[in-house]
Design a protein around this ligand. Structure first.
Ligand SMILES: [Zn+2]
Length: 137
């Protein structure tokens, strides 16, 4: 081990009680990398500034000792990410089904309703609130 071991120990001692690289920090580091690449190719200065600002924010969070606050931020990020993934999957499913189904929103409760295509004008009953409405399928 020798030098490497003691270096590791030093880092571990320095990082004790600090937030470290959580999911949000990891995501930020990827965005920083992408921004830097974009800045490199576009040579557009604001991108460098944005990347730098985000990097400062990322390291601030990594070295922060206010772990409960950083944890709450990370949870918010995880929730946002989860919602984005769900929304994206819904869009994907819809796109895959676009030739077979038509999608409407119930005029009363805004529930999304899926009906098979090509049956002309049909009466749709909302599965949630039982409201009936007519649409061309
Ligand atoms: Zn409804």
């Amino acid at each position: 081990m020798g030098r490497m071991g003691s270096f590791r120990e030093k880092i571990m001692r320095f990082m004790a009680g600090r937030n470290g690289l959580d999911e949000l920090a990891r995501a930020e580091s990827w965005i920083v990398l992408l921004l830097l690449l974009a800045a490199l190719f576009s040579r557009w200065a604001p991108l460098y500034i944005l990347a730098l600002a985000l990097m400062v924010h990322m390291y601030f969070r990594v070295f922060s000792r206010n772990r409960s606050r950083r944890y709450a931020e990370n949870q918010r990020y995880a929730q946002m990410r989860y919602r984005a993934v769900v929304a994206w999957n819904q869009k994907k499913t819809r796109f895959a089904q676009r030739k077979i189904y038509r999608f409407f929103r119930c005029p009363q409760c805004k529930q999304k309703v899926r009906v098979p295509k090509g049956h002309g004008k049909i009466c749709i009953t909302c599965p949630k609130c039982r409201k009936e409405f007519f649409r061309k399928s």
